[in-house]
Design a protein around this ligand. Structure first.
Ligand code: C2E
Ligand code: CA
Ligand code: CA
Ligand code: CA
Length: 277
């Protein structure tokens, strides 16, 4: 028994060593990656279910790391810890706005462009003013920019956060709560901040047709959002069955593979062109 537990312990140690190594490599790789042009954005439409309205578009970051594939779910938390997220996050906003201006100039119809913003960015002093300045520099109206924030970013209530939201409101910058339902603890912030949209987390959508709990949570989020005068978006919608069920429950918008995977700019433009024909 002792030998077995020693082996387990060694295995565990080896695993930790490897994870630490990977983390360090990513942290190192992220440094200077912006200057080496290693990032790009892909785009995914948010399609309305209540009659035809031009879709919203979410921008998602991709890292073309020479060392190998690395997904945002892996490198974003590391960029948050190292502080790299500050420059990266501002690049995402200006690149998304620049692309939106170009599509708009090409006559493509869409509503807002949405970007993901991490709590670390939000807590940085002057963030809101910089977002407005980035929009203005790109020539994109702030009222057609949406910031997707997670619950954890909104729960920490500070004076700085309140000031941020005042600036957003003054300029019409829209706010969405991302991954809604995964942090379900204190919903106080929904009353305090001008949230326009709730995004139902992909996990609930994936299970809702076969799991009663996921189904109940999904419906409860739709009701809650509507009761508070918000629009509700389901993310990770993969099938027509899922979309039909969400439509029957009154969900306002869907995003997911049922329409398209996130696309590079040129293909996104084609998708928009097809959608408006
Ligand atoms: P998220 O904001 O919740 O984005 C949804 C994720 O689900 C994306 O993964 C998207 O590619 C994926 N997805 C979309 N439709 C479907 C579907 O039908 N089925 C399945 N299985 N997946 C679908 P992605 O692009 O790997 O991004 C992962 C997370 O990384 C995002 O989750 C977001 O939290 C974060 N992220 C991505 N880009 C940025 C960024 O520019 N800044 C920040 N701070 N975070 C970002
Ligand atoms: Ca998002
Ligand atoms: Ca999500
Ligand atoms: Ca997320």
């Amino acid at each position: 028994a002792r030998a077995t537990s020693r082996n387990t312990w060694q295995l565990h140690n080896e695993q930790i060593r490897r994870q630490t190594q990977r983390r360090l490599e990513i942290e190192c790789g992220l440094r200077g990656a912006l200057d080496r042009d290693e990032f790009s954005l892909v785009y995914q439409p948010q399609v309305s279910l209540d009659g035809w309205q031009p879709p919203g578009i979410e921008a998602l970051i991709r890292w073309h790391w020479p060392a190998g594939p690395c997904h945002p779910a892996e490198f974003i938390p590391i960029a948050e810890d190292s502080g790299e997220i500050m420059r990266l996050g501002e690049w995402v906003i200006s690149e998304a706005c620049r692309q939106a201006v170009a599509w708009h100039a090409a006559g493509l119809e869409f509503g807002r462009i949405a970007v993901n913003v991490s709590g670390v960015q939000l807590r940085d002093r002057g963030f809101a003013d910089r977002v407005v300045a980035l929009c203005q520099r790109a020539g994109w109206p702030p009222s057609r920019l949406e910031l997707e924030l997670t619950e954890s970013a909104l729960i920490l209530d500070s004076e700085n956060l309140r000031q941020c939201f005042q600036v957003f409101e003054r300029h019409g910058i829209q706010l969405a709560v991302d991954d809604f339902g995964t942090g379900f603890s204190n919903l106080h912030y929904l009353n305090r901040f001008p949230v326009k949209r709730l995004k139902i987390d992909r996990g609930f959508v994936a299970d809702m047709l076969r799991d009663t709990n996921a189904s109940e949570v999904t419906q409860a989020i739709i009701h809650l959002g509507h009761a508070l005068g918000m629009r509700v978006v389901a993310e990770g919608v993969e099938t027509h069955e899922e979309q039909a069920q969400l439509a029957a429950w009154g969900c306002d918008e869907v995003q997911g593979y049922v329409h398209t995977r996130p696309l590079p700019p040129r293909e996104m433009a084609q998708w928009l062109r097809m959608a408006q024909e």
